[in-house]
Design a protein around this ligand. Structure first.
Ligand code: COA
Length: 662
């Protein structure tokens, strides 16, 4: 504290933010002068601070007694007295530029010349506020999140005149307060957190207004698919719809390119302000009584997570390109300021930057909104092959991803997955005996690699695999074909009885042998654009890599015959209806969805997955008595593993299990 030369701090404004900020300073050992315009407000603030400290104390989170901390806070209604002896001043009065400027103008007269001034504003330019003082270099933004005692993030904003010394002091001070500062290098409307937050909110709102998506489904997707603590509409209700509307409008007035959300305007005009008024997008038991909206685990799974997040990723690109903040600070902001379980760069690189651009272009054409134009930084990345994890480089570099090129496939080890990429895009990844052998070899290479918990098979270019290479059928002898089919069958059996789960990411055509590869996998996730079929009869031949059997087992003899006898292609959606694929997603969301399944499977005990897979795959071929006997025996094997002991113990101890694969 002394190294910063700050001992006494004025907090001007004792409302929601001000009283919390005063509490944070007092907890960190600073003397605080808390000022507001009436004794009533101050009394209320002091009561709220004491309540909050007592709660923290009961949870064992205070190093000192409540009274010791409270004794550091003095209150006054006199601005001159509040600031005359301080080294630092935080302004937290209502979001009104003139009011704030008046406070700063007055405070500037009475505060010691060395004192640094910061504003907790979320909407008013720091530069403009600093101009009300004669200490523009000692003026910065210091934006706490609500509630200040609990939220770790503090945005430190550089105004036009702010000196490096001031920024450094505010950053260090934030750390002394136990906070995690991020530096906002340019005074842009909404700084980092609100810019990102409202990109997501406004896209959510657009989907409801323009496309009739249900509010609760969208929130469900945010929780169930993206893993966010709250959906966009829940969060708006929580923040307050009037506050949210005010922030968006203020940002837009200052040049944040966006379209307003008519739903917000409508609800606010009806006095529905969210949790605080008892109703907003959701109904609550009474004003101020928050209850989490009920959402089922399978709800919202059909909505597109990449599309919802794409505008926020575009914002990330803008913030980096404009030099407003670093990728690290932006990631930190969403993790700590919005409680996202991941950073935006992580999301973008996993989803694929080509897919983000694709999603933005789709959004731009369906909405007609210019703000969805992909940022030049994203376009540049895509042009130079920085596509995210799949190319080892995106917003970040991934030197740990290993790539091995075979003649016809690529093996990419990107733990916890290994990706097998069928790689003859010009020939739609047609299957040859060599490709089949390479797939088998690749699978064997990663079988004993404990980092690899799941294998993904996909195709490069526009096809998954357009079937066996038809050239090999010309002038072929029965014996040659018998041997070729053996290669294909060993490959599909290798996949089917592989000791780790295998996912087919069906990015395009999956025809003939292509569909046969996919059907040997454990799970199939298809792009909306994929077409599937067993077209062999059109050539006068029949499926030879298991198609007649696996398609029949996945569907039923009727559907299987329909597809094999007509040789027709069906859409991914039809395939979903027939039970051939597990999930269909937009093309730009395929990579994200596959990685989500990978993470889910990788969090499970690997031996149990292997044994379950064996019980199903062997069992389906045998009479039920034999299959059940197999199941019981494999259960016996499962219970002998360390992971089973851990799984059971963790459940009883009410903690998350740690599986090691032993
Ligand atoms: N065997 C050999 N070559 C194949 C192939 C196959 N199964 N499937 C596609 N190709 C080749 C095409 O001959 C073409 O090569 P070229 O550029 O040298 O002429 C290239 O892949 C691109 O295919 P093309 O037909 O031009 O693409 P398209 O978009 O017009 O049609 C398909 C796509 C998948 C509908 C079409 O290629 C097709 O019907 N393929 C055969 C599918 C099949 O019958 N599979 C089962 C085989 S047992």
């Amino acid at each position: 504290m002394s190294t910063l030369g700050i001992k006494r701090v004025a907090v001007i404004g004792a409302g929601t933010m001000g009283h919390g900020i005063a509490e944070v300073f007092a907890m960190a050992g600073f003397e605080v002068n808390l000022m507001d315009i009436s004794e009533d407000i101050l009394r209320n603030a002091i009561n709220r601070i004491r309540d909050s400290l007592e709660r923290l104390s009961r949870r064992g989170e205070l190093r000192e007694g409540v009274d010791v901390i409270m004794a550091r806070i003095r209150t006054t209604t006199d601005l001159a007295r509040a600031v005359s002896d301080v080294d630092f001043l935080v302004e937290a009065v209502p979001e009104n530029a003139e009011l704030k400027k008046n406070v700063f103008r007055e405070a500037d007269k009475y505060a010691p010349p060395h004192a640094i001034f910061v504003s907790n504003t979320s909407t008013i330019p720091i530069t403009e506020l600093s101009e009300a003082t004669n200490r523009r270099d000692k003026f910065a933004g210091m934006h706490f999140m609500n509630p200040p005692p609990l939220m770790k993030l503090v945005e430190v904003i550089r105004g036009k005149y702010t000196s490096d010394d001031t920024i450094n002091t505010v950053v260090q001070l934030a750390r002394v307060l136990g906070k995690e500062p991020v530096v906002v290098n340019k005074d842009v409307p909404g700084f980092i957190v609100n810019r990102v937050l409202f990109r997501v909110m406004l896209e959510a709102c657009r989907e409801v207004v323009q496309e009739g998506v249900k509010i609760v489904d969208l929130d469900a997707m945010a929780r169930n698919v993206l893993g966010l603590p709250m959906g966009p509409f829940e969060l708006l209700d929580y923040i307050g719809l009037d506050t949210s509307l005010f922030i968006v409008k203020a940002m837009m007035e200052r040049g944040f390119r966006a379209h307003p959300c008519p739903l917000l305007e409508e609800l606010v005009s009806k006095g529905k302000l969210g949790v605080k008024s008892g109703e907003g997008f959701y109904k609550y038991p009474g004003p101020g009584q928050y209850v989490k909206p009920k959402i089922l685990p399978e709800q919202g799974l059909d909505l597109d997570p990449v599309r919802l997040m794409a505008p926020a990723i575009n914002e990330l690109a803008w913030l980096i390109r404009e030099g407003v903040a670093t990728a690290d600070d932006i990631d930190k902001s969403v993790r700590l300021g919005l409680n996202y379980p991941w950073g935006l760069t992580e999301f973008a690189d996993e989803a694929g930057l080509d897919n983000i651009v694709d999603a933005l272009n789709t959004l731009k054409s369906v909405s007609g909104w210019e703000e969805y134009e992909p940022d030049p930084l994203l376009l540049e990345y895509v042009k130079t092959g920085r596509l995210g994890r799949k190319t080892g480089k995106g917003f970040r570099d991934y030197p740990e991803i290993e790539e091995r090129r075979f003649e016809e496939i690529i093996l990419r080890v990107d733990p916890p997955a290994a990706w097998i990429i069928l790689n003859k895009p010009d020939k739609l990844n047609v299957l040859t005996p060599r490709m089949a052998d390479e797939i088998v070899n690749a699978l064997r290479m990663v079988e004993d690699d404990p980092r690899v918990r799941v294998v993904v098979i996909t195709g490069s270019g526009r096809a998954f695999c357009a079937g066996a290479d038809i050239n090999q059928f010309q002038n072929a002898t029965p014996i040659q074909m018998f041997k070729a089919m053996r290669h294909y069958q060993s490959m599909t059996l290798e996949i089917e009885y592989y000791t780790k789960p295998v996912i087919a990411a069906i990015n395009g055509y999956a025809l003939g042998g292509g569909l046969e590869i996919a059907m040997a996998c454990d799970l199939r996730i298809a792009s909306e654009e994929a077409l599937l079929g067993q077209p062999e009869v059109n050539l006068g031949i029949i499926p030879g890599a298991g198609g007649t059997q696996r398609l029949t087992r996945l569907t039923n003899p009727g559907i299987s015959k329909e597809l094999i006898l007509t040789g027709k292609q069906i859409s991914a959606t039809k395939a979903l209806e027939y039970g051939i694929v597990n999930r269909v997603v937009p093309k730009h969301a395929l990579e994200y969805e596959v990685r989500r399944w990978v993470k889910d499977l990788a969090s499970k005990p690997p031996l149990a997955l292997m044994l379950a897979k064996y019980a199903i795959n062997y069992g389906i071929e045998a009479p039920i008595w034999s299959s059940l006997n197999g199941e019981a025996s494999l259960f016996g094997v499962a219970i002998s593993t360390k992971d089973a002991a851990e799984g059971v113990r963790a459940f009883l101890e009410k903690r998350r299990p740690k599986f090691t694969g032993e």
